[in-house]
Design a protein around this ligand. Sequence first.
Ligand code: SF4
Length: 360
Amino acid sequence: MDLLSTLVDKGLRRELPTREEALAVLATSDDELLDVVAAAGKVRRQWFGRRVKLNYLVNLKSGLCPEDCSYCSQRLGSEAGILKYTWLKPGEAAEAAAAGVAGGAKRVCLVASGRGPTDRDVERVSETIAAIRERHADVEVCACLGLLSQGQAERLREAGADAYNHNLNTSEATYADICTTHGYEDRVATVEQAKSAGLSACSGLIAGMGESDEDLVDVVFALRELDPDSVPVNFLIPFEGTPLAQEWNLTPQRALRILAMTRFVCPDVEVRLAGGREVHLRSLQPLALHLVNSIFLGDYLTSEGQAGKADLDMIADAGFEVEGTETTTLPEHRDPRDELRGDLVSVRRRGAGTELPPNA
Ligand code: SF4
């Protein structure tokens, strides 16, 4: 059986491809690209139909980070021309979130720069979650605040967060090349903490930082083992003023192969097209919708994405549909917490604020 038929069969059975098969996807030629997209598209449709989940980023705190992640415009000493500000007030953040929800977002991602939150920061974010919940009871809230200390994941869960994002970003072997102020194992530990607290884990990668195909396969296999519910795939935006400013080494075709490989390795997981899609996929973005089932809507973090309206038009033109809050994103077999989330939504609908059901 040829490579693509094998990968489709495995994806439909939720079976892990071999490393060689994953590497072979990255090595396919441009002549084979549409076949690769069509094959991974079958796997995507099996588990997610033609639905696209929209996510909206609210940047609670920007810049001024003491860490030295080389891809990041908010790093220590970054000369990138980004906005720098400290914590948005809960009302301001809820106002920003409302714009995304109005555009169709079902998840709001609350992001703050920094190594990790203090306990006071967790309190601030808890107040922000409450302010968002007051207006949008059904929206999913994901926090992305860096490395977590003991007990913080539990406090965020109690405050009503549904998910926690912390990316592995690259392979364990190359992690020290992109960051010296914390390690790969610190990132894994935070994702594990979020999972143990009952938060839906979101963890992904950044492609285009000069890594090899083996590194990409390593990080995607590591993610499969860590088993997050969502995997954001970012493509490096080489910001001027950061050490990776010269790393323009992705093509739209390579970006599609990376997304297809991720889909084959993580067939029934929410694969999200994240940062850098406009600059790297450019006019091929609609093809990516056959591979991912989730995107960020409009602007995100320190770069400008497409306006929300352009995203919605692209989704409709490509024959996909925006996923509503009444639909569960993950296939039924994947998420034993669906029942709990269902309870939570009905508690919120009854006007009980962020109170958790007794078995949370
Ligand atoms: S810890 Fe986060 S905000 Fe700070 S430099 Fe790294 S990626 Fe950027």
